[in-house]
Design a protein. Structure first.
Length: 452
């Protein structure tokens, strides 16, 4: 167990470095003790179980496809985290035997611990949940039957919502839904009609997972929904990540209820044209929400420049030192990884491997030529230089945005004015559509009206 706790803490550190913001809601829905099955959506390969392990609040043993154990590096982590290898038909010819794997997972639940599974079966890049496999329901009902319904068992739906899943220093929302309790009523159904009950429980899990994830028919629709969310948000209201996801989810549900309505089809076309115009000019919607004066733009630019110059002396050594690692991670993730759902995992694993190796090699070199005090000092300064590098890159990006903002103010005054008028008309049309088609049983997020 000590190895698990060490690796769990390590995952918290590396994921908090990779993501700028990790928001967690619904933690109170996770039972503090007893047998629990975490069942999550699967949009981001190995990053998904890393986040559940790091922030689930329980010791979580995941079922993992057995081919991952062929890698020595992954095998070390997977075994340290108590992962159980599962054979998949797509990976093996002929018959497969998962009886020992199921026994191991049953033992986890037997000891009052938690296991994790992704019912979609495979990581993917679709804009909505894939059809769920029945594995989670079968495990739950078979284990519950073995214990004659005497021990409590809960299935906790986990929604993993990434703002930009492939991007370093992006954001992710982890949402734990209300647990599904496997009760004696489920057991009675299962003993009378096992296959039908497994399907029914899987369908119930599907409904619960949709409550904690954002789902759209395709990425084009999801892009339109993001545009709608930005237009619908009241001026001056800041959306933290949980509210951001909830508003997008409600808009998606509302769109799918009314997508065949002529009013909704016309509004979608207008939103697409508006977003296309923004893209053509290199603008974002937030550039239109306020007409910032040149003085404020210059002031923001100067402040970010001063901050950048302050960080620069601290970060220059770190930039030079970490540049090979950053370039390798970017190339490996963006250019050498065929599957988009594996890009973030590739970047993270590349960094996990290369950064410590770089530090170790440098410290071994210093041991040969410098006193121990210098080596110890460098062992402390190396991680600090990495942190300064990350902060410098963030400040550099902010400075670039300020420069572009000043350029827009100088050269796009007329276009900005026209787009602001267009935005007002679109926002009013969106408000009317929401007021007409929203689900009136859902409490409002904003005073202006319900969202879906």
């Amino acid at each position: 167990m000590w190895m698990y706790r060490i690796l769990q803490g390590f995952l918290r550190i590396v994921t908090s470095v990779f993501f700028r913001n990790i928001a967690i809601i619904g933690k109170e829905n996770v039972p503090k003790s007893g047998a629990v099955i975490f069942a999550g959506n699967h949009p981001n390969s190995l990053m998904d179980p890393m986040l559940v392990i790091a922030y689930g609040g329980r010791v979580v043993h995941f079922a993992a496809k057995d081919i991952l154990f062929k890698s020595r590096f992954l095998r070390f982590f997977l075994r340290g985290l108590g992962a159980v290898p599962i054979q998949r038909r797509k990976d093996h010819k002929g018959n497969i035997d998962n009886s020992s794997a199921f026994d191991a997972l049953f033992q986890v639940l037997e000891e009052g611990r938690a296991m994790g599974i992704f019912p979609e079966g495979i990581s993917h890049t679709a804009a909505q949940l894939s059809s769920l496999k029945t594995g989670a329901a079968r495990i739950a009902l078979q284990w519950f039957e073995q214990h004659e319904g005497q021990l409590p068992l809960y299935i906790v739906p986990v929604g993993l919502n990434y703002l930009h899943r492939q991007r370093f220093r992006s954001q992710v929302l982890i949402q734990f839904g209300e647990p599904l309790e496997v009760t004696s009523e489920w057991l009675e159904k299962y003993q009378q009609a096992s296959k039908e009950t497994v399907v029914e429980l899987t369908e119930q899990l599907n409904l619960e997972l949709r409550k904690v994830t954002v789902n759209a028919p395709d990425w084009d629709v999801l892009r339109v929904l993001h545009t709608a969310r930005r237009l619908y948000k009241p001026s001056g209201v800041f959306l933290d990540l949980p509210v951001y996801a909830e508003l997008t989810r409600r808009l998606a549900e509302g769109y799918m209820r009314a997508e065949d309505e002529p009013e909704i089809q016309a509004l979608r076309q207008q939103l697409e044209e508006y977003q296309g115009r923004l893209d053509a000019l290199g603008l974002e919607d937030h550039h239109l929400r306020s007409d910032m004066s040149a003085i404020r733009l210059v002031g923001r630019l100067l402040w970010r420049l001063v901050t950048l110059l302050f960080l620069l002396p601290l970060a220059i050594p770190g930039i030079i030192l970490h540049a090979p690692v950053m370039m390798t991670a970017v190339v490996a993730g963006d250019y050498l990884t065929a599957r988009k759902d594996v890009v973030a995992t590739t970047k993270l694993i590349s960094s996990i491997l290369l950064v410590p190796l770089l530090y170790i090699l440098l410290l071994l070199l210093l041991i040969q030529v410098t006193p121990w005090t210098t080596v110890i000092t460098m062992a402390v300064l190396l991680p600090l230089s990495g942190f300064a590098t990350v902060r410098l890159l963030e400040r550099q990006a902010a400075l670039y945005r300020s420069l572009r903002g000043l350029w827009r103010w100088v050269y796009l005054r007329r276009e900005l004015s026209e787009l602001r008028e267009w935005r007002v008309r679109l926002s009013a049309a969106l408000d009317q559509a929401v007021e007409r088609f929203h689900d009136r049983s859902v409490p409002r997020l904003f005073e202006k009206g319900a969202e879906s």
